[in-house]
Design a protein around this ligand. Structure first.
Ligand SMILES: Nc1ncnc2c1ncn2[C@@H]1O[C@H](COP(=O)(O)OP(=O)(O)OP(=O)(O)O)[C@@H](O)[C@H]1O
Ligand SMILES: [Mg+2]
Length: 184
């Protein structure tokens, strides 16, 4: 693994943890509002969206707003032995979501709800750092890179403004975002 990537991950994680949880919540609300007015969000019918870990931009209220607007929401599920992710539609947090690998909230497996890569209109992507022009640094598993490579949809990275950096080391397997939305 690139040592520049891993030292950047550590530096950025520290920077995020210095933001209070109240501030992170307020920033997430701002990011949600910006996403709701994005043309690609307004037009999207099927959206693949991550479920946030504590240091990531919160997405629950974004997902609820999307449901109110009649959109179909899919969330990813890690398949550890194959090191890849699948995704399933959810209609409700309490019934359709469970705690999965690494404590991430994942969709329950219901084969009729399994999403197909070609059907997605928009993907909301988490990251540890982004550049304004769409370069992305993830948590280091390559899970999103492998997933996004297969999905021909608009990809929007979301992050706190503190996660935007001037440049990032990008390898051929690293998938670029079409847009990055922050709270600034
Ligand atoms: N499409 C791919 N095919 C095969 N291996 C891949 C692919 N994408 C990423 N990898 C491998 O995954 C590992 C981690 O990649 P990378 O450091 O870019 O992760 P990341 O972008 O930080 O993580 P993530 O995508 O999970 O957020 C690398 O060793 C890389 O070679
Ligand atoms: Mg990558």
């Amino acid at each position: 693994m690139s040592s520049r990537k891993s030292s950047l991950r550590k530096k950025l994680q520290k920077r995020i943890k210095r933001i209070s949880s109240e501030k992170r919540f307020a920033k997430s609300v701002k990011i949600k509002r910006k996403l709701l007015s994005e043309a690609s969000f307004i037009q999207a019918k099927k959206i693949l969206c991550y479920m946030a870990l504590p240091t990531e931009v919160e997405t629950r209220s974004l997902i609820q707003a999307a449901w109110r607007r009649g959109k179909k929401i899919y969330i990813p599920r890690i398949v550890q032995k194959e090191k890849h992710m699948t995704f399933y539609a959810i209609h409700n947090f309490s019934r359709d979501v469970e705690k999965g690998a690494y404590g991430i909230e994942e969709p329950k497996v219901v084969s009729s709800r399994r999403g197909k890569a070609g059907e997605m209109d928009l993907v909301i992507v988490p990251g540890v750092a982004f550049t304004k022009s769409g370069a992305r640094l993830g948590r280091g598993g390559g899970y999103f890179d492998r997933l996004l490579k297969k999905i021909p949809a608009v990809k929007i990275g979301v992050a706190f403004r503190e996660q935007i950096v001037k440049s990032l080391p990008m390898k051929p397997h690293d998938v670029r975002m079409d847009k990055v939305v922050t709270d600034s």
